[in-house]
Design a protein around this ligand. Structure first.
Ligand code: 5AD
Length: 347
């Protein structure tokens, strides 16, 4: 196994069956080696810096009905909310004071926040904080809309592809949502000059390791600037309520593999990983992650933005605890920096 890991670190690629072997690896010694090589790869490009992004979950209305997601349209138990532009700007102001230089505006696909309202919002944030980066994460739109937001000042866009396997995509989403459109969006975003993040859930219902290889191949081909992965976690008011959660171990292995495949990629240790394992975030850093996205939403709405059950929302997941986050990162030899945290690769 060590040979394979060395080869992946050196060539940033392996054959499908070799990737499969690494994904399903259950050998503590080899896993430690993967973690070590991933940390080295990350360090060569990003040093020991950890980038923080302030996550503002500004609406949990959604017109989509993804079977896995707690804010799906059909979930009548969800308590819906929308933040006003004023409230969002206030979150940014607080975030700025705490040292955040990237704001991630994430929401469901909420028709109220149409093209013009998002354009306004991006302009307002950029006017208030010209030195910050604005990341949008509001789902699938047409190319012209993405272009308008880019012109308004948006720097980055997060849109997980969820799975690159057509059959699994169908199993996770209703008919009207297609993998083709999802991938079209990502291609448009990249082409328009956004720093783009794709990603997928680990252990989603019906997923097998071969499908994860398909995801890795898609990611290699897209060459995104960021890859967000986290374990699937069931939500009690969704059709997948009884499905098992993805594991931290599998997520960590994939983080390590992705880091070795794409040494320059921005790789977050996600909230979902912290939710399945309390120390998930620190472990994620140990497998090559270099980004964390603390929650900057107003306290009153944090629980309502529930994509899955028991979302970690307190302690170091909360932006106001960034001082504690800083300490715990320092205790494992990393340094939280006050920086936009742009991608450091070469196009
Ligand atoms: N478990 C884990 N992640 C989820 N997401 C949505 N629902 C869940 C869930 N039940 C992820 C999706 C989405 C991102 C915002 O959150 O990958 O793109």
């Amino acid at each position: 196994m060590k040979d394979l890991i060395d080869r992946l670190a050196r060539e940033h690629d392996l054959a499908d069956d070799q990737l499969l072997a690494l994904i399903t690896l259950e050998d503590p010694e080899a896993e430690r080696y993967l973690a070590q090589k991933a940390v080295e790869a990350r360090e060569a490009i990003y040093g020991r810096d950890v980038y923080i992004r302030g996550l503002i979950e500004f609406t949990n209305y959604c017109k989509n009905d993804c079977y896995y997601c707690g804010i799906r349209r059909s979930n009548t138990c969800a308590q819906r909310y929308r933040l006003t532009q004023k409230e969002i700007l206030e979150c940014c102001r607080e975030g700025w004071a705490l040292g955040f230089r990237t704001f991630v505006l994430q929401g469901g696909e909420d028709p109220y926040f149409d093209r013009a309202r998002i354009t306004d919002l991006v302009r307002a944030i950029k006017a208030q904080h010209p030195e910050c980066a604005v990341t949008l994460s509001v789902g699938e739109c047409d190319r012209e809309t993405y272009a308008e937001w880019k012109a308004a000042g948006a720097d980055r866009y997060l849109l997980r592809h969820e799975t690159a396997d057509t059959t699994l995509y169908r199993h996770l989403h209703p008919e009207n949502q297609t993998l083709d459109n999802r991938l079209r969006c990502l291609a448009d975003l990249k082409d328009l000059g956004y720093q783009v993040g794709c990603g997928f859930m680990v252990g989603s219902p019906g997923q097998n390791p071969g499908m994860m290889v398909t995801d890795l191949r898609y990611i290699q081909q897209l060459r995104p600037h960021m890859v967000g992965i986290g374990p699937f976690i069931p939500h009690k008011d969704t059709p997948f309520r009884d499905e098992p959660a993805g594991t931290a171990a599998m997520t960590l292995r994939l983080l390590g593999i992705i880091r070795l495949m794409m040494p320059d990629v921005l790789l977050p240790a996600t909230t979902a990983l912290s939710t399945v394992r309390g120390d998930g975030r620190l472990l994620g850093m140990g497998y090559g992650a270099n980004v964390v996205m603390p929650n900057l939403s107003p306290q009153s709405v944090r629980k309502k933005y529930a994509l899955y059950d028991n979302k970690a929302a307190t302690g170091e997941e909360a932006a106001e605890s960034v001082a504690r986050l800083r300490e715990s990162m320092e205790s494992i030899g990393f340094r939280v920096v006050i920086d936009r945290g742009d991608w450091k690769g070469e196009q």
